[in-house]
Design a protein around this ligand. Sequence first.
Ligand code: BV8
Ligand code: ZN
Length: 301
Amino acid sequence: ASSTARPSIVPPKDLESFQEHLSKSTRILALLGAGLSASSGLPTFRGAGGLWRTHEATELATPEAFGRDPGLVWQFYSYRRHMALQAKPNPAHYALAELAKKKDGFMTLSQNVDGLSPRAGHPADKLKLLHGSLFDVKCSDFFCKYTESSNYTDPIVPALAIPTDDADPTTTEARKARDLDIADENVDLPEIDLRHLPQCPTCKHGLLRPGVVWFGEMLPTTVMNDIANWMEEDQKIDLIMVIGTSAKVYPAAGYVDLARAQGARVAVINMDKNDMPASGMYKGDWFFQGDAAQIVPEILK
Ligand code: BV8
Ligand code: ZN
């Protein structure tokens, strides 16, 4: 592709005042959401084609859903693992990784489970994955402590291979179509035998589950503690960049107001002005509208 730099979409005076503040900032946070990976080809959640539009969120991203139908939930996550592995980090992932290497007091809080920030070389000690990762797996048995990180096997087990047409079998559409087929009962639904789902190698009877935080689950305590230590009361925070997120999911979204309470100025990078909740965050000091993949490298340059 031609390397001609696309014309800047950042208003020059905003860019200047932001970069002036950034250069003087020592303690900086970034809160990342699905919009950051949109340009890498991964669907967001709420937008058009978003995962919560094409799937029933509560039907898939909860412990109850896994208890009820682990095969369906694993198909959903196996499909997302497959898509995330096909995707590549975009210039915004790299620009944030570079900033993390350069600025000692910079900490990234990511809601994304797609593994793209780690693949962009983002220093691990400066990247807190609030909602886990598609590539971590752990035992679903409460007492078993088995966990595995960086499991990139695709499909994770043969039974979870993606259908050849790359179609996602867990969309509401696909499930309705199957239900309709079953209605004329000459279709045997490819029910997945639980024994063919990922099994725990340690406790022998637990099913492995995706190492993501589901709705109703606590965020990883180590992550919460690390962030609490970093945000210890007395230290001022100079800036929080809120990148590609509708900031509706808590406690992740709460970090914006916490940062503001410690003096942080707020820079919002989002494709869509209206999508931002009219929360405290909205009174951002800077609002850069457009594709994060284009804006982030520009404002961090
Ligand atoms: C907990 C992993 C309790 C799994 C995820 C009522 C009120 C308040 C809270 C609640 C409530 N009811 C329930 C709750 C709690 C719940 C919650 O917040 N629900 C919301 C929906 C109201 N939270 C929880 O359940 C959390 N746990 O509360 O535990 C507890 C406490 C103590 C003890 C025990 C239990 C756990 C939440 C974690 C859920 N897991 N992910 C998976 O991925 O499958 S959440 C998932 O959805 C993401 O991680 C992310 O957090 C969220 C999606 O948000 P975004 O990333 O922002 O994506 P979205 O599509 O919404 O927005 C994209 C944005 O980008 C848009 O603004 C768009 O304009 C913009 N954009 C698009 N393209 C671009 C772009 N911007 C720039 N460039 C582009 N190209
Ligand atoms: Zn186990």
